[in-house]
Design a protein. Structure first.
Length: 96
């Protein structure tokens, strides 16, 4: 499928692109080649290929959850600017 310069100019206007005449000519050739390739792909018989949502096999890449000992309370609170009764103490967010 060959695109004309006017068709490329129209698409460029829709995309709010300012293209020079040289760019319009270049893009007309390149976009025409892409459309020709897409047309070639449309001719491939895919009737025997089942629909596939993903082309690569899916697998979880996360590490397994393994229980580990918790951080001791004293260590967790060591750098806290304010603490009380073994908890972080923060300024109230909601008023009564």
């Amino acid at each position: 499928m060959h695109l004309t310069i006017d068709e490329v100019r129209h698409v460029a206007e829709l995309a709010r692109l300012r293209l020079s005449e040289a760019e319009l000519t270049l893009y007309a050739e390149q976009l025409s080649a892409i459309l020709d390739y897409a047309e070639t792909l449309q001719q491939v018989d895919t009737s025997h290929v089942p629909p596939t949502p993903y082309v690569l096999p899916l697998h979880n890449v996360m590490a397994e959850d393994t229980p580990v000992p918790s951080l001791p309370n004293a260590v967790a609170l060591a750098n806290a600017p304010d603490q009380a009764d073994g908890f972080f103490r923060v300024r109230a967010v909601f008023e009564d």
